[in-house]
Design a protein around this ligand. Structure first.
Ligand code: ADE
Length: 224
């Protein structure tokens, strides 16, 4: 799977993909992530990527040409399944959307800044608009990193234990049960006995009960 991310601040996207699971996915050749500097596609004298809004009002608007130039350059090399714009007014990212995207081949992600992007970019190129939650960030780079992480970790072979993505909170309808590691007794705080019992059936039952209880308490909306 390949992600092409178009950004005016590519430096913001260096670290999130350079470590741990996402780094391993790229080294294994399962995922490719390319970040493109929008300014390289601004073919005007000052390499401007934004301009004043028609109709007045404050803030700058990201121009159509640099995005169009970059998207066309990418599309001349391969076909894209989706062109996603990260925006707080998009559909809110959830595990279902991450699952849907994890079976695609090539995805372009557009990161906005300033007051927003020219509506015609959205009308002409964008196939899907995604928000990472009901709050506003300074730009689309952190949301793009969140999206890419949530998708790539679902591709088979990326996580060393494939079942661990399947047992994540939200992958079923329940949140995760509590988890523990050594020591079994920390200053009198004990790990539940059942986890030390070695009885797999009992442990699975306990985990299911705890997951249900946690979901009822914290996210009753997840229980249909
Ligand atoms: N850009 C700014 N805020 C955002 C959000 N919450 N989700 C996606 N993109 C954004």
């Amino acid at each position: 799977m390949r992600f092409d991310i178009i950004s005016v601040l590519p430096e913001l996207l260096e670290s999130p993909f350079a470590h741990s699971i996402l780094q391993r996915a790229q080294k294994k050749g399962i995922a490719e992530i390319q970040v493109h500097h929008l300014r390289d596609y601004a073919h005007n004298k000052h390499k401007n990527v934004d301009d004043y809004p028609y109709g007045g009002g404050g803030g700058m608007v990201m121009s159509i040409e640099p995005f169009a130039n970059c998207i066309e350059a990418l599309r001349s090399k391969r076909t894209y399944d989706e062109i996603i714009f990260m925006t707080p007014d998009g559909e809110v990212l959830n595990q279902t959307i991450a699952n849907e995207l994890s079976i695609k081949q090539n995805i372009i992600v557009l990161c906005g800044h300033y007051k927003g992007i020219d509506q015609r970019i959205r009308d002409v190129f964008v196939t899907r608009e995604i928000s990472i939650g009901d709050y506003v960030l300074s730009g689309g780079e952190l949301p793009a990193a969140v999206l890419v992480d949530s998708v790539i970790r679902l591709i088979p072979g990326v996580l060393s234990d494939e079942t661990s993505a399947l047992s994540d909170s939200f992958q079923g309808e329940l949140l995760d049960a509590p988890i523990y590691t050594r020591p079994a007794d920390w200053n009198g705080h004990q790990v539940p006995d059942v986890l030390l019992s070695g009885n797999e059936a009992l442990i699975n039952n306990w985990r299911h009960d705890m997951a249900l209880e946690r979901t009822k308490k914290r996210r009753p909306d997840l229980l249909k």
